[in-house]
Design a protein. Structure first.
Lengths: 211, 260
């Protein structure tokens, strides 16, 4: 499973830059019986069929880990070739231009900004737990067979706001609205954890792997 | 919406391959196969799951990694593991398997492991267990080592300390009520959750959804955990796994629903 040979026939490759819970993403693809592997070299990133960029913890810690791993360039090239990519949680925030959590720039693949939650009364941070999302592009392949009453598991302290509503694939409300999923061409990101969201997450990952 | 619906979390106890259930941290009852239990809770689409090896610390054992791996491969919801955790290496290994959160109890007291774990893996992966027992004089104190060692510290002060060390969440458990099915120590939960900004998971004493409703409506805890209620049925304590439907959980925030 966790090898990164050039002969890999994985449908989905998960970028291992030293951060994120890769185990649970792998477990879910195993459950789906979809071949997935974990990639650690620029060559294997560029040979991937579809790429998942995980992320957890602090924004700058993720960005600098990606930089140090030597995979940043390969990820950007993969995106420039308009091949399918999915960022998960902080992995989605990394696709944006920048985050108020850190000083490092994001990958800038989607015109969006990662911002603080509004400082409103009674709003506990992080947004942790199950919430529903509203698909703004319900005909998008990632949203296939995912109705409006599906729920996903979220854990995050910062949220993504798109510059143009055209890049917001799904919205969620916590204090105020934010993007639960973003898209630009072949590049997508989800704020929630599909790998921890029961059949709803299984469906979403299976949609990505067959898109 | 300014708050999420509360999370309802089964809390499973196991040791050496056996699913167990204690009362007041004592008299473990053998209930069957823990992997099967995790599988059933996954099928019931539970919000989250906590699994605790209740003897690892006392027996000075390493976490049972092969068992944890079995749990992770059956759980497609957030999963927290506790029991015998005392080093960053162990935490790294557990998280790599596919576990989201580790529950630290005995090794949390001096704060070093909690701080290091939060800095390395993010606060969201670090849950500190706050096991509370009442003294004969009615004072509440935090205990560690599966309820065998008193810290002498008041739970509110302990919670604030753990938050400062970097804990991302607290699992607050009343030892005296554990397994009794008479309701939560709502006053304790309220006291602790008001003292910190991080989410508090309340545990110990739940016997029915009504107990969870009462907890949710009279405190600001983020989640209700329960063991006995979800694994035992009836006064003869027959092993039977159950979990509320999503509509039942959603109704927990609505007052008085379903009451006579």
């Amino acid at each position: 499973m966790a090898h990164s040979g050039t002969e890999s026939n994985a449908e989905v490759s998960i970028v291992n830059y030293g951060i994120g819970n890769l185990g649970s993403i792998c477990n879910m693809f195993r459950k789906l019986r979809i071949a997935a592997d974990v990639v650690t070299s620029p060559e294997s990133v560029s040979q991937a069929k579809r790429l998942i960029v995980p992320g957890i913890g602090a924004f700058d810690a993720c960005m600098s880990a990606l930089e140090k791993s030597g995979l940043r360039g390969a990820v950007l090239e993969f995106a420039a070739a308009r091949r399918p990519m999915l960022g998960i949680c902080v992995g989605m925030q990394m696709l944006t231009l920048a985050s108020e959590e850190g000083d490092m720039p994001g990958l800038g693949l989607i015109r969006a900004h990662t911002r603080r939650f509004p400082n409103s009364e009674g709003l506990r941070i992080p947004h942790m737990g199950w919430n529903t999302v509203k698909w703004q592009k319900s005909d998008h392949p990632l949203a296939r067979d995912l109705s409006t009453d599906c729920r996903f598991y979220f854990v995050h302290s910062f949220r993504v706001i798109c510059e143009s509503s055209g890049n917001s694939l799904a919205s969620c409300t916590y204090g105020s609205d934010f993007s639960a999923a973003i898209v630009d061409g072949s590049i997508c990101g989800v704020q929630f954890h599909p790998e921890k969201s029961h059949r709803f997450g299984l469906k979403l990952l299976s949609n990505f792997a067959t898109s | 919406m300014n708050s999420l619906r509360p999370r309802v979390i089964p809390c499973l106890q196991f040791s050496e391959g056996e699913l167990l259930k204690t009362r007041r941290f004592k008299d473990p009852l053998y209930l069957g196969d823990p992997i099967n239990a995790v599988k059933i809770f996954n099928d019931l689409e539970c919000d989250e799951l906590v699994v605790v090896d209740i003897r690892a610390t006392l027996q000075k054992r390493e976490p049972d990694y092969s068992m944890i791996e079995e749990f992770a491969s059956e759980a497609f919801m957030p999963l927290a593991y506790g029991g015998g955790i005392s080093s960053l290496e162990q935490i790294h290994r557990i998280l790599s398997i596919g576990i989201e959160k580790v529950v630290i109890s005995t090794a949390a007291t001096d704060g070093k492991l909690v701080s290091a774990a939060a800095a390395t893996f993010g606060a969201q992966s670090v849950v500190v267990s706050v096991d509370v027992r009442k003294t004969l004089l009615g004072r509440r104190e935090v205990w560690t080592a599966s309820g065998t060692r008193s810290t002498g510290i008041d739970p509110r002060a302990y919670a604030v300390l753990m938050e400062r060390f970097g804990a991302g969440e607290l699992l607050v458990q009343s030892i005296d009520l554990e397994g009794a099915r008479g309701g939560y120590d709502v006053a304790l939960m309220n006291d602790v959750s008001r003292a910190v900004r991080i989410p508090v998971i309340a545990c110990g004493g739940a016997g029915s959804l009504e107990d969870i409703r009462q907890l949710m409506q009279s405190s600001s805890v983020a989640a209700a955990a329960a063991g006995t209620m979800f694994v035992l049925h009836g006064k003869h304590k027959a092993p039977l796994i159950s979990y509320p439907r999503p509509s039942e959980i959603a109704s927990l925030m609505q007052p008085h629903e379903g009451r006579a």
